[in-house]
Write a protein that binds this ligand. Structure first.
Ligand code: 9D3
Length: 234
């Protein structure tokens, strides 16, 4: 997979892909992440990327030309048969594990980072194939959202995780939150590990974990429990 990111602050994206699973996936040649500065595609002497909004009002708006030209230049250099172009914006559809799975099916994706100033609507109408938000809170830069999207997508690429089974038990992949985990010591400051986990009875342990996962989901995230994720027995 190749992921191109168009943004205004490429320095923000210098290190987040140099750790952990994303680093390993890059080293294994499973993914290439290429960061581009939109400013490099602005041709005027000051490399201007934004301008005043028509109709007036506060703030600035990202100009369409550098964004269109950046995507066209990248498409010329790399042979893309299918290139979803995703605008990261607070107005996008909510990024969930399901959306991450969808994006992970593509050979290439391009992410465009929005900014406080907003983006000329023609970018949305005539360039972008999808708009994604990572949640209902306000960030100051779309680069932060790009880090989240890249991470969640890359770990779904086959071979990115150590074991092919490790993501099956992740929170949200089965619609439930994870069960509580304990490690040594058996007693810490007087707080004990649930005795079932020390019992050696693997059937009982599996059942307890499954019950805990359901209880936790119902209590903390009834929205997840409601989405038809629970079977009659659960
Ligand atoms: C002035 C109105 N603001 C919309 C709520 C404008 C605005 C604020 C912040 C426009 C862009 C931004 C920067 N955020 C993103 O680009 C962004 C984002 C986010 O703020 N929250 C959740 N997901 C995302 S994806 C990109």
């Amino acid at each position: 997979m190749r992921i191109d990111i168009l943004c205004l602050f490429p320095e923000m994206l210098a290190s987040p892909f140099d750790y952990s699973i994303v680093k390993r996936a890059r080293e294994r040649g499973l993914v290439e992440v290429v960061v581009h500065n939109i400013r490099d595609y602005s041709h005027d002497k000051h490399h201007i990327v934004d301008d005043y909004p028509y109709g007036g009002g506060p703030g600035m708006v990202l100009k369409p030309e550098p964004i269109f030209e950046a995507t066209e230049s990248i498409k010329e250099r790399v042979d893309y048969s299918d290139l979803p172009i995703i605008l990261l914006t607070p107005q996008g559809r909510l990024f969930t594990q399901q959306v991450a799975r969808e994006l992970a099916l593509h050979q290439n994706i391009m992410l465009i980072c929005g900014h406080y100033e907003g983006v000329d609507e023609r970018v949305r109408e005539h360039l972008v194939s999808d708009e994604v938000s990572i949640g209902d809170y306000v960030l100051s830069a779309g680069e932060l959202a790009a880090m989240v999207v890249v991470d969640a997508v890359v770990r779904l690429i086959p071979g990115a995780l150590g074991s092919p089974l490790s993501f099956h038990s992740d929170s949200h992949s089965n619609g439930l939150l994870e069960y509580p985990q304990y490690t040594r010591p058996k007693v810490y400051r007087g707080w004990t590990v649930p005795s079932v986990l020390l019992s050696g009875n693997h059937g009982e342990i599996a059942r307890w974990r499954w019950q805990q996962a359901i209880l936790r989901t119902l209590k903390r995230r009834p929205d997840l429990a409601k989405q038809g994720n629970l079977s009659a027995e659960e």
